[in-house]
Design a protein around this ligand. Sequence first.
Ligand code: SAH
Length: 473
Amino acid sequence: MQEKNVQGKKKQEKKVQGNKSQENRIQGKRVQEGKKQGSPKRENKRPESRAVKGVKPEQKQRTEQKQKAAKFGKPVLKQQSGQNVEKGKKNAKKSMCPVMRQCGGCQMLDMPYAEQLKTKRKRLETLLKGICPVKDMIGMEDPFYYRNKVHAVFDRDRRGNIISGIYQENTHNVVPVEKCMIEDQKADEIIGTIRGMLKSFKIRTFDEDTGYGLLRHVLIRRGFESGEIMVVLVTASPVFPSKNNFVKALREKHPEITTIVQNINGRGTSMVLGEKEHVLYGKGYIVDTLCGCSFRISSRSFYQVNPVQTEKLYTKALELAGLTGKETVVDAYCGIGTIGIIASKKAGNVIGVELNQDAVRDAINNAKMNQISNIHFFCNDAGRFLVNMAEAGEKADVVIMDPPRSGSTEEFMDSIAKMGAKKVVYVSCNPETLARDLAYMKKLGYKAKEAVGFDMFPATEHVETICSLTRIK
Ligand code: SAH
């Protein structure tokens, strides 16, 4: 998300995982369960979460912008009526969402859905012209309220009222949001409850300019099949007065919450999550089911935000991989191991590689939970890992790759060729870098057969694509 993604938030989250320090990376060593592998590291840059577009985190800029910002100080009252609470805004009046323009995340919200799909397909066709044919986009039956991960930033408006919502594009001003057309409705309800509880618990929202206050963000993840709900309270300091009572009261109002985590982020950056966490209630993660497998998802691991479409996407990825039960498969940029674990049932063995240590830990647990023994995970940079594999003379039959928005690297793709992989399945969240990488793969002797877009992010301009490649020389 350079992250225009579902706007305001993703960029931040991605950065959540974004400590670029390389020192702690495991150099291709197998990760033992429970062994600490250094910190997670690098921008994830997927459009799965809403991001602040172009935000510069400098304090000064924030202060100036806040001063200019007062116009968005009123909570949004209605979302679906088609009427804007703020009068006199021509465009906003027509929109399904009263804060569409300030938020900037749902660039296509008011376009008929069939047209959204056509527009995305066209873009894909333009970018992949001369590379491979593009099939019709696979859309959703109901393209609303699909995000199972919801993030809200907390603040106060000019009059001191507690608000929560998203950052206005390119700023640190908070646009109050009570309901969002693409977010899980239960998650929005819980965020509303938390907003309403803060005053009586004397919990202050964090002020980025003064550094005072406690609550910065709330992040909610909901298991689509399991219904499990994780609430992450991001606080500026570890000291959380009356936290037990707060947790108790929140659970009374929402008994459906299965775990509550306090994440401490004392940094003056625009990242959402800090490195430290305390589990306040429950097991500290949720479990969800996808394509018949169970997955453990913790607060900082990547997990696709649109479960309905993810099932379709993964099913297609496996179909294109065409596994017979004998192959050695590499699942690169594997996150919590979803694709590889699903593929392992039809493969000889699977090697998963992922840079984020929390995700790798989840992946290892996920393999165990699903009683899968022919998959192994490594915490490393995918490019470096593949170079090591190729240099060691190891072979792979099929490579499934699902890189972040920045795409893959030449060293990664060179190594695919060096290892002699016959088939590559490329899952992409950024058609521009996909086109670039496919052109490079062509030079290496890999022909792209077809590309199919999956609408993982209705109402936004983001396009997820799967493309299969076969080795022709
Ligand atoms: N395949 C997974 C995750 C895809 S998201 C799924 O479908 O859920 C992309 C993943 O790439 C993220 O988990 C991110 O942490 C990881 N990543 C980003 N840069 C990487 C790199 N250089 N090497 C390995 N993994 C990387």
